[in-house]
Design a protein around this ligand. Structure first.
Ligand code: ATP
Ligand code: MG
Length: 112
């Protein structure tokens, strides 16, 4: 199992969520965050306005999936969120050792 953490432009969330839901992925978490990448201190356009602040609002989407579908999810997120401008975001992948569904006590892939 792998955790996909995608830092995305907030306005791309709905389209990404809809694409993932359509593909059959259901469990996900989302958090409002602030951050910066390589262009620290360089202005960026967000929702039509140019900001010179160095911490910009982003959303972090977290989704835990089986190993065999990681690439499918990653490519979907890239396809739906890429604009080609700086600030499109970043995707981090990490290994998840176990998942428990609290209601049933089941664990592993069936608990995802
Ligand atoms: N190395 C990193 N570690 C943790 N979070 C990061 C890292 N790089 C980027 N982020 C997060 O991703 C967001 C978007 O980063 P961004 O897309 O600007 O990355 P970048 O490397 O500067 O790429 P680009 O040149 O396309 O802008 C940041 O606001 C920050 O929240
Ligand atoms: Mg950047």
């Amino acid at each position: 199992m792998q955790k996909i953490e995608a830092v995305i432009r907030p306005e791309k969330f709905d389209i990404i969520k809809d694409a993932l839901t359509e593909m059959g992925y259901q469990g996900m978490s989302v958090q409002e965050i602030k951050g910066h990448g390589n262009q620290k201190g360089v202005s960026e356009v967000w929702r039509g306005k140019r900001y010179r602040v160095d911490m910009l609002p982003k959303l972090k989407l977290e989704i835990v999936v089986n190993d065999d579908v990681v690439d499918d999810v990653v490519q979907t997120i890239i396809r739906e969120s890429q604009t080609g401008s700086v600030g499109d975001g970043k995707i981090f992948i990490s290994e998840i050792t176990n998942v428990f569904r609290i209601r049933t006590g089941e664990d592993g892939e069936k608990a995802i």
